[in-house]
Ligand binder design. Structure first.
Ligand code: SAH
Length: 616
């Protein structure tokens, strides 16, 4: 147990440093284009660069020569060292003349493109040994055993606003296991980041600088303390003291630094990238709105999350809403999450959940794997839709939604499946509208169709099922509902019905039932109960109308949510298929059902097809 308290270090990794090289020297041995690349990287880290080139300037590649003429680096002829009998001693003596030497990179261990020459292993080893004895770190290209360090595949982002290099760099290493793969991953990482991430970094840096400008001798110790703190402690999950209009210089510095941390944490990258200097000043110091001083106790403390919420609710921080009009009004989205598997979210729903939402009001059925996609700073309310409390929970959610939207929040009402299919979306549209918010409804994949699909049941199938009826097993205020009568060519999907299976079966089968409109259903008709469709613990129970209730009881514990599918389509795609049900008669029907159930009264199928495990 105790052996697992902290992670065990696993060898094979590297310590990745971001090496600043001001007033240090980097020695590059070689004159090829790789040497020029290394020189450039070292120059960007503000190193002095010396290139030791066998053959001196004349042998150096064009870029190195150009940089030398630009006085960015110097080139020393290495042949002088090589001609001496004891190369190692001579090399060591040379290193001794470079007191600030930090790194040595040998690049001519690669074949030179034009001359096709390459430093011998022995010579590389001699350089390595000398560097070791002088405790200078060395990298010899393509000879991993002679490397104290490797150079990761790196990239420096440009600030797309100015076209200049930004402070943001990334680096990736495979620790010698595949530099081509490393290069590719670097490309993929770059292309997956928001466009002007470089500009955003630059702007944030500037904002930090400006925030620090309030540093005075009086509050310097506070600043030093703050600067040491991680951004985590600056973006606390507990309420921070209310901003006072009589802010002391120390409080002001603290607040400005905290705001910068909040923006780094929560603001969309593109917003950050677009900040102008004037925005930055306004952001850090906006105090007065429309001529009214910010009331010091505006915050209601309704939530533990800071960030947007705080910025949107305190008028004094109005300036934080860069792109919002002054009388900013919240928005409401009514979105469907699909049947459960996160990959069944639509792109639009994912977009509002991950990029726009500041408050999410979620249905109880939406699984954690979907909720986990919502950024941490977004407050999530989950409906308390417990038995007997459905109407209360619904009203509560709508009220919270209107309150939040009135504060300027972007409210996302997240519903299982499609919001319009037994999702009370209609009531919500009207409710929000009556409170001045026109919700945007984003459809979702409904369990009524996806559920059967996951169970291998086509809701329509030529030759089997011409139509689909979706109905509920429970009416308004818990009343019974009317079930449509039997129609051979129809698939009947019943949502919210598993808990009332027995009374539903009665309504379906009894010749005299008052809860059915139309013909009674044949007792041997195939039926499926699909539980937790699309989720890893999906379970499908198939049987006939007569036997299903007992089969479900035998299974024991139920796995909500579950739905009922009834009709010939239930067995249509089984095995080699039964897709001529519409042509069959009674006698054939019995045979088909018998064959499908392999002589048993029911069959159970557990889990998802493997491929779904890999889709996220
Ligand atoms: N709006 C939802 C349905 C809400 S009613 C939709 O379009 O899917 C809730 C009912 O939907 C549940 O009682 C159950 O019958 C069904 N349901 C929702 N998700 C399900 C799932 N993953 N598997 C099986 N049934 C599900």
């Amino acid at each position: 147990m105790d052996g697992e308290r902290y992670p065990q270090p696993a060898s094979g990794g590297s310590l990745i440093l971001a090496f600043r090289l001001q007033s240090k020297t980097t020695l590059i041995i070689g004159s090829n284009t790789l040497a020029a690349n290394r020189a450039f990287a070292a120059l960007e880290a503000e190193s002095d660069v010396i290139v030791l080139a066998p053959g001196g300037e004349a042998s150096a590649c064009d870029e190195l020569q150009w940089r030398m003429h630009q006085k960015q680096l110097s080139i020393v002829d290495m042949n002088a060292l090589h001609q001496v009998a004891d190369f190692a001693a001579e090399f060591r003596a040379y290193l001794d003349t470079l007191p600030n030497l930090a790194l040595v990179c040998v690049t001519d261990s690669l074949a030179h493109r034009e001359s096709n020459t390459r430093r011998s292993y022995d010579s590389a080893k001699a350089i390595f040994d000398v560097c070791r004895s002088c405790r200078i770190l060395v990298n010899i290209t393509d000879v991993p055993e002679l490397c104290d360090f490797t150079l990761p595949a790196a990239h420096r982002f440009a600030d797309l606003g100015t076209g200049r290099p930004s402070p943001l760099q990334i680096a990736i290493t495979t620790n010698g296991q595949g530099c081509r793969l490393g290069g590719r991953l670097r490309r993929e990482i770059i292309s997956s980041l928001p466009q002007n991430v470089g500009g955003a970094t630059e702007r944030l840096g500037r904002m930090r600088q400006r925030a620090k400008l309030t540093t005075t001798p009086e509050n310097l110790p506070v600043f030093q303390q703050l600067d040491k703190e991680t951004s985590e402690s600056l973006t606390p999950n507990t309420p921070v003291p209310q901003r006072s209009i009589f802010e002391s210089p120390v409080e002001r510095l603290q607040r400005r630094m905290r705001w910068v941390a909040q923006m780094s944490e929560y603001w969309p990258i593109e917003h950050l990238a677009r900040l102008q200097d004037s925005d930055i000043d306004e952001l850090l110091d906006s105090q007065v709105i429309d001529g009214i001083q910010a009331p010091p106790t505006q915050r209601t403390g309704h939530s533990t999350t800071e960030g947007f919420e705080q910025t949107d609710t305190i008028p004094s921080q109005h300036g934080l809403l860069i792109e919002q009009p002054k009388t900013f009004k919240g928005r409401v989205f009514l979105v469907g999450s699909g049947p459960g598997h996160p990959s069944l979210l639509t792109v639009a729903t994912l977009d509002v959940l991950t990029k726009r939402a500041t408050v999410v009001l979620s249905d109880k059925l939406v699984p954690a794997s979907v909720l986990d996609l919502i950024p941490k700073h977004v407050k999530i309310h989950i409906a308390k839709k417990f038995p007997g409390n459905a109407d209360n929970a619904q009203n509560e959610m709508m009220q919270i939604g209107v309150e939040a939207a009135s504060r300027g929040e972007t409210v996302v009402r997240l519903k299982q499946g499609d919001p319009m299919v037994y999702g009370r979306a209609g009531e919500e549209v009207l409710y929000f509208r009556s409170h001045g918010f026109e919700p945007v409804v984003i459809p979702g994949v409904t369990s009524a169709i996806a559920g059967p699909t996951f169970a291998g049941i086509p809701v329509t199938q030529r030759g089997v099922s011409d139509s689909l009826t979706i109905c509920t097993g429970v009416g308004r205020h818990g009343k019974d509902v009317y079930i449509p009568g039997y129609e051979r060519s129809r698939t009947l999907v019943i949502l919210m019905g598993v808990a009332r299976l027995k009374s539903l079966l009665e309504a379906l089968l009894s010749e005299t039932s008052k809860n059915r409109n139309g013909l009674a259903y044949p007792s041997y008709l195939p039926i499926a109960i699909v539980e937790r469709a699309s989720m890893p613990d999906q379970r499908v129970l198939v049987s006939t109308l007569t036997s299903i209730a007992e089969a479900l009881e035998v299974l024991g514990e139920q796995r909500p949510p579950g739905m009922i599918v009834i009709g010939w389509s239930v067995l249509a795609l089984h095995d080699t298929g039964f897709i001529d049900a519409l042509d069959n008669d009674d006698i054939l029907d019995h045979e088909v059902v018998e064959k499908w159930l392999s002589g048993k009264t029911s069959r159970t199928f557990e889990g998802l097809v493997d491929a779904w495990d890999q889709l996220s």
